[in-house]
Ligand binder design. Structure first.
Ligand code: GDP
Ligand code: ADP
Length: 158
């Protein structure tokens, strides 16, 4: 599946590339986009543009997009059953900070993330997605992949 590249005002991390990981924007350039939805996460803006989404739609692909829970609710409201939602979670929340450290995130960025209301909100499946989202516990990557593959296979077979 083609991944939708979303837009953000966050600065790129050391290994991230513009146009690959994100379209990195300023607050001014973000305002010029045609966005299906946009949100604030921690201290930054994120949004998915029709320009990026149409790339996949025009080719008839199934797209995959990574969103916070507020974005997932919007996609569910706008696209209904066309948007298949997978909520990824972990058994022990300490794993999240550990993974950010292993990924090489700056300590200040991790601290800011852990203090943000969005981080805490997204630890749990929101009521609006209960009975809608598939919940996958991402403790072991291999198992996560198998579960996501099974969800995708089930959808494609319909
Ligand atoms: N609603 C919405 N959320 C987004 C978008 N792009 C990224 N996000 C979410 O914003 C949050 C922060 O993303 P990021 O700073 O890249 O951190 P990372 O997910 O830890 O690499 C994550 O929950 C992403 O899924 C978007 O276009 N719309
Ligand atoms: N099951 C897992 N085991 C170990 N590391 C993982 C696992 N799943 C994801 N990661 C790593 O954790 C980091 C954060 O993952 P990411 O998908 O960016 O999550 P988020 O968007 O919630 O920050 C990445 O470096 C990723 O490779």
């Amino acid at each position: 599946m083609q991944r939708v590249i979303t837009h953000t005002t966050r600065l790129p991390r050391a290994d991230e590339k513009d146009g690959v990981d994100y379209h990195f924007e300023t607050s001014a350039s973000m305002k010029k986009l045609h966005l299906l939805e946009e949100i604030k996460y921690d201290q930054f803006q994120y949004g998915s543009s029709f320009e990026s989404l149409e790339e996949g739609w025009k080719n008839g692909h199934n797209d995959v997009i990574v969103l916070d829970t507020a974005g997932a609710i919007t996609y569910h409201q706008k696209l209904g059953s066309k948007a298949v939602i997978i909520f990824l979670t972990v058994t022990h929340i300490d794993a999240l900070a550990k993974r950010m450290t292993l990924r090489g995130d700056k300590i200040s960025a991790i601290r800011s993330r852990l203090h943000s209301k969005e981080y805490h909100r997204d630890l749990a499946l929101p009521d609006a997605l209960k009975g809608i989202a598939h919940v996958v516990v991402n403790d072991q990557w291999k198992k996560t992949k198998e579960q996501v593959d099974a969800i995708v296979k089930q959808i494609l077979s319909k």
